[in-house]
Write a protein that binds this ligand. Structure first.
Ligand SMILES: C[S@@+](CC[C@H](N)C(=O)[O-])C[C@H]1O[C@@H](n2cnc3c(N)ncnc32)[C@H](O)[C@@H]1O
Length: 352
């Protein structure tokens, strides 16, 4: 297929995912307002004047995503990778789960877990119905719905945002001139259902990949996804990011996607310390998370209502947290920041 046609197909594919996400949000909020009229005033629509700004940011993200394929950072096929099986199997369950979710919102119940889940095994800040999800991160249903929910939230752009870590990651690994592609070790902290590891595998097919997360259910889902890919299986471990179970200076690169806004401030610092500890001197640590007020003040309105609408108890503090200072405090240097659509990136280096 000629390049221009592939690009147009990609843009059309993304735009249709965006429209689908929009239709889902409109329909589900209408239904919720019908069933629970009292919840209506708790949600605020995005003001019309913000919509062109968001579309412009999205277009820019897709352009960068396309350009990175043209530079050979990752294959074009990644642009069309979509969890269709999951979509057909689990999308209806998102609707079936809504009544429980709305009931919890109405009751302002944010720590509601099935009795069979041993919540004492986890830090208290983690035992939350993040995004009002049934059983938070601690059930197989939650793991099966998560990627679809994130895709809907970001209008189909979640993977395009995750892919923005790949160019600096490859560059970071390349800095180790004597290390062959097979010897490179990369850790994804809070790997969730494994989507970032899947993208890294496509960009660095020979590297040894490692993933940790606190949720056994999400790790099971990650294992299901990653074991479908040919080549070496990433090593997955259940672990708290506050105590990474690896020796010092082990990884050539460490990544973390959409974790930091879900941590209390002190835990953010501890996790950064841990990531510094396990990164090799000369290695790179890359954070991808939400935009912050300092880089995107024009989207402050959205950052204000997001934590309430989606139950994100640590997000508000995150939006003004000085992560640059936190990274410098533990010893990272040469820290670059980037912003793409709704995400911000910190690319930090451990002194060689
Ligand atoms: C918003 S999800 C992001 C998942 C994945 N990185 C992605 O790109 O979709 C947050 C993840 O962080 C994990 N998590 C939260 N706190 C953690 C901690 N202290 N240690 C390890 N994992 C944690 C959750 O289990 C969940 O999988």
């Amino acid at each position: 297929m000629p390049e221009s046609l592939t690009k147009l197909t990609y843009q059309t594919f993304q735009q249709s995912k965006n429209y689908f996400g929009l239709a889902h949000k409109i329909l589900s909020s209408r239904l919720r307002n019908l069933v629970y009229p009292t919840l209506e005033q708790k949600t605020k629509p995005i003001p019309n004047e913000l919509l062109p700004k968001l579309q412009q940011r999205l277009n820019q993200l897709l352009e960068t995503d396309w350009q990175d394929t043209q530079k050979g950072v990752y294959p074009e096929s990644l642009l069309f990778d979509n969890p269709w099986d999951d979509f057909f199997r689990y999308y209806p369950l998102i609707w079936l789960d809504f009544p429980q979710m709305w009931e919890r919102v109405k009751q302002q119940s944010y720590q509601d877990f099935s009795p069979e889940i041993d919540i004492d095994a986890y830090p208290s800040y983690y035992v939350q119905n993040f995004h009002h999800q049934s059983n938070g991160y601690l059930s197989d249903l939650s793991a099966n719905l998560y990627d679809l929910q994130v895709e809907i939230l970001f209008g189909g752009a979640a993977d395009a945002m995750r892919r923005r870590i790949l160019a600096p990651l490859k560059q970071g690994v390349k800095a180790f001139e004597l290390v062959t592609p097979r010897q490179a070790r990369i850790l994804d902290v809070a790997c969730g259902t494994g989507r970032t590891l899947k993208l890294i595998r496509a960009a660095l097919p020979q590297a040894s990949l490692f993933g940790t997360d606190l949720s056994p259910a999400y790790l099971r889902k990650a294992n299901e996804l990653l074991s479908q890919i040919a080549g070496e299986l990433p090593q997955l471990l259940q672990a708290n990011a506050e105590e990474l179970p690896y020796v010092d200076d082990y990884f050539h690169a460490v990544t973390s996607v959409f974790l930091f806004h879900e941590l209390p401030a002190t835990v953010r610092q501890t996790v950064i310390e841990q990531c510094f500890r396990v990164t090799k001197p000369g290695g790179v640590f890359i954070i991808c998370d939400s935009i912050q007020l300092s880089d995107s003040p024009e989207l402050g309105y959205m950052m204000d209502f997001f934590p309430e609408t989606f139950h994100e108890p640590y997000y508000k503090h995150y939006t003004t947290d000085n992560l640059l200072e936190r990274l410098q405090k533990v010893g990272f240097e040469n820290i670059e920041t980037q912003v793409h659509f709704m995400s911000k990136y910190f690319i930090a280096h451990k002194p060689a």
